[in-house]
Design a protein around this ligand. Structure first.
Ligand SMILES: *[C@@H]1O[C@H](CO)[C@@H](O)[C@H](O)[C@H]1NC(C)=O
Ligand SMILES: *[C@@H]1O[C@H](CO)[C@@H](O)[C@H](O)[C@H]1NC(C)=O
Ligand SMILES: *[C@@H]1O[C@H](CO)[C@@H](O)[C@H](O)[C@H]1NC(C)=O
Ligand SMILES: *[C@@H]1O[C@H](CO)[C@@H](O)[C@H](O)[C@H]1NC(C)=O
Ligand SMILES: *[C@@H]1O[C@H](CO)[C@@H](O)[C@H](O)[C@H]1NC(C)=O
Ligand SMILES: *[C@@H]1O[C@H](CO)[C@@H](O)[C@H](O)[C@H]1NC(C)=O
Ligand SMILES: *[C@@H]1O[C@H](CO)[C@@H](O)[C@H](O)[C@H]1NC(C)=O
Ligand SMILES: *[C@@H]1O[C@H](CO)[C@@H](O)[C@H](O)[C@H]1NC(C)=O
Length: 577
């Protein structure tokens, strides 16, 4: 009831300017316990009828004793909520202002628990990132005084810079105090505390996750500056040779390596290739120990950063000689059709074949090979100028009729230990030239003929042999004098009569038979046949056979019987000579 009355009065009497006659100031600490005396209105003439300034919550927070004028706290006050109270003692016309004194009852508080910040690793020293400042509603010393990094600052790469704003807030920046290196540490988890000036200070913390962003500041590094590999010369295309390995400490594309071969400086022939991802070097073309024993490659590793960095290493590939092959002897025959043959007319010094000795393993090894030729029986020899190419030459005249075939053998022996040997044999044919004329079995032949013989009667068969071969020995017979009495079969050499022979005209005709071979030019020889014509006789001589065929060795002594020709005559009185 009284309060209600008070407000009604207050509404009527409180007017601006009316309260300045006597003002009394009191103070009370904000953490004073409820019931703590604040002071006295300290004026005569109680009771004190109190009216409070509207909205000053005097009634709820303070107790005013109307009899004594004592002011006490009703609740614990909070300066941060209400820093002062004003009330007026109406009758005494005294204004009382109760000022709430600050106590350190608030800790500095960050607006968030944690923040994430990023620094590129190449950030210049003292690069800053603003952090949210802590707010402390207490006053003066009891407000935020400083910040500290309490943990996570490995290597002391961070420090804090702080400055007071005009609004009384202590602002805060995170600064890198040294050089950041993502490759050493890519994340920091800092705990930052804000402290006020109380004793002891109140504090709160902020978690800062710092991510150090990668910059392409590391080149790839090969694990060896020089690599050495061996590969057999018979390695097939695609054979792996060796893997190189480079690492790049950077992250992402900055650390992704691509391998290549520096073709401007090495391996222009592209004998090798490299897998850009794995660094495996492969044989790319057939290798040859003899043409190149050692390949020096420059291998490049390049990262894929926007500004790529690269490194080089050397790869020395030794091609090893595969020692599995006999030396090869290559023979090229110099005859018209490149077959192993030589004309028997070849003159000493004429070339038969060209021989080259090579070793698939190593040419040098065999450059001084000893090459010999056997089987020539002195007719053939070797000539060389450089110990690599040999020529088989005719050394003595040849005679096919004497020896038509030579089995020659070329042997190469190198100077190594133990010496390696290779042999090549071939059969050399001596080809015929028409150097032999046909030769009759006898120089002279005798034949008998009855005058009464019918035309076509066989007289004699002559034969001639030719030592040559082929057409050079194909003999054809002919008669030198063309008579009307006799003819000769050009193939068989059989002489027959063509007409009746008349003893009276010529009792002993002599024929000259010619044997001619088919060589170019042809050669020929002749023999004489003496035919004795006998008178007609009743008793016809009867031959057992129309043809006697006998072979006579050419060295048969004169007078030796080689054919017995049955009973030629029944009567011999008819023979006149
Ligand atoms: C901050 O870093 C710590 C430690 O690396 C991690 O456990 C935490 O999850 C991170 N916080 C955030 C918000 O990324
Ligand atoms: C290379 O030669 C060696 C030695 O004779 C042999 O064992 C190997 O099989 C050969 N390799 C190829 C790919 O021919
Ligand atoms: C290269 O070396 C690194 C470190 O030794 C290893 O982790 C990696 O697997 C190697 N790469 C290859 C292709 O061998
Ligand atoms: C280098 O890397 C290659 C391929 O990974 C490996 O074979 C070789 O042993 C490494 N060299 C060294 C010295 O670690
Ligand atoms: C080959 O032999 C000659 C003479 O015998 C000698 O002077 C030369 O050094 C040898 N060459 C090789 C490669 O052995
Ligand atoms: C054949 O010719 C030779 C020599 O010229 C001669 O002696 C001979 O009488 C001739 N024979 C015939 C039958 O004419
Ligand atoms: C004679 O005999 C030889 C060898 O027996 C034979 O080759 C030849 O053809 C014969 N001649 C005739 C005319 O029968
Ligand atoms: C035949 O000739 C032989 C020797 O010439 C002779 O001995 C013989 O008496 C002759 N026969 C006749 C019948 O004349």
């Amino acid at each position: 009831m009284r309060h209600l009355l008070l407000f009604l009065v207050l509404g009527a009497t409180l007017s601006p300017g009316a309260l300045h006659e006597n003002t009394k100031y009191l103070e009370v600490s904000e953490n004073a316990r409820p019931g703590t005396r604040v002071g006295f209105i300290d004026a005569d003439n109680p009771p004190y009828l109190i009216v409070s300034v509207p909205g000053s919550s005097v009634e709820s927070d303070l107790i005013v004793d109307q009899a004594t004028g004592e002011i006490r706290t009703r609740v614990q006050l909070d300066r941060e909520t209400r820093p002062s109270y004003s009330l007026v003692a109406l009758q005494q016309n005294v204004q009382v202002v109760v000022k709430v004194l600050d106590e350190n009852d608030n800790a500095p508080t960050f607006p968030v628990d944690h923040v994430d910040v990023e620094f590129p690793e190449n950030s210049p020293r003292d690069s800053k990132r603003a952090l949210p400042p802590a707010k402390d509603p207490d006053l003066g010393l009891y407000s935020t005084q400083r910040y500290e990094i309490v943990s996570g600052n490995h290597g002391d790469v961070f420090r804090l810079s702080q400055y007071a704003g005009r609004d009384g807030v202590l602002y805060l920046d995170l600064q890198n105090s040294g050089s950041l290196d993502r490759e050493i540490r890519s994340r920091y988890h800092l705990v930052i505390e804000a402290l006020d000036g109380g004793t002891p200070p109140l504090r709160s913390s902020l978690h800062v996750n710092v991510t150090v962003q990668d910059v392409n500041d590391n080149p790839p590094i090969f694990n060896q500056t020089r690599y050495v590999a061996c590969v057999p010369e018979n390695a097939t295309v695609g054979t792996p040779v060796l893997a190189v390995n480079a690492t790049d400490a950077d992250a992402g594309d900055n650390g992704r390596i691509e391998y290549s071969i520096n073709r401007r400086q090495s391996d222009r022939e592209e004998m090798f290739r490299i897998d850009p991802e794995t660094g495996m070097v492969y044989v790319n073309k057939a290798l040859d120990f003899e043409s190149k024993e050692r390949h020096e490659l420059v291998i490049v590793a390049r990262d894929r950063g926007a500004q790529p960095l690269e490194a080089s290493a050397f790869l020395s590939v030794r091609v090893t000689d595969v020692n599995d092959n006999q030396p090869a002897i290559t023979v090229i025959f110099l005859s018209d059709d490149a077959t192993p043959k030589i004309s028997e007319s070849a003159q000493p010094g004429e070339f038969v074949a060209r021989i080259s000795v090579s070793d698939p393993d190593s040419r040098t090894e065999y450059s001084n090979a000893t090459v010999t030729l056997t089987g020539g029986e002195g007719h053939f020899g070797l000539a060389t100028r450089d110990n690599i190419i040999y020529l088989v030459v005719v050394e003595r005249p040849l005679d096919r009729e004497e020896k038509p075939v030579y089995d020659l053998s070329v042997e190469a022996t190198d100077a190594g230990t133990p010496p390696l040997r290779a042999v090549r044999t071939f059969r050399l044919l001596v080809t015929d030239v028409n150097d032999n004329a046909p030769k009759f079995a006898r120089e002279r032949y005798e034949a008998h003929l009855l005058e009464a013989s019918e035309p076509g009667t066989s007289v004699l068969q002559v034969t001639a042999n030719d030592l040559d071969e082929g057409s050079n020995s194909a003999v054809r017979y002919s008669l030198l004098n063309t008579t009307s009495w006799f003819a000769i079969d050009e193939i068989t050499g059989l002489i027959t009569t063509v007409t009746h022979v008349e003893c009276e005209v010529d009792p002993a005709p002599i024929l000259v038979v010619i044997a001619t071979d088919s060589g170019r030019p042809p050669l020929s020889s002749s023999a004489t046949v003496r035919v004795t014509v006998h008178d007609y006789n009743d008793n016809e001589p009867i031959f057992e056979k129309p043809l006697y065929n006998a072979t006579v060795p050419e060295d048969m002594p004169v007078g030796r019987c080689f054919l017995k020709v049955g009973e030629i005559m029944r009567k011999n009185q008819s023979f006149s000579s």
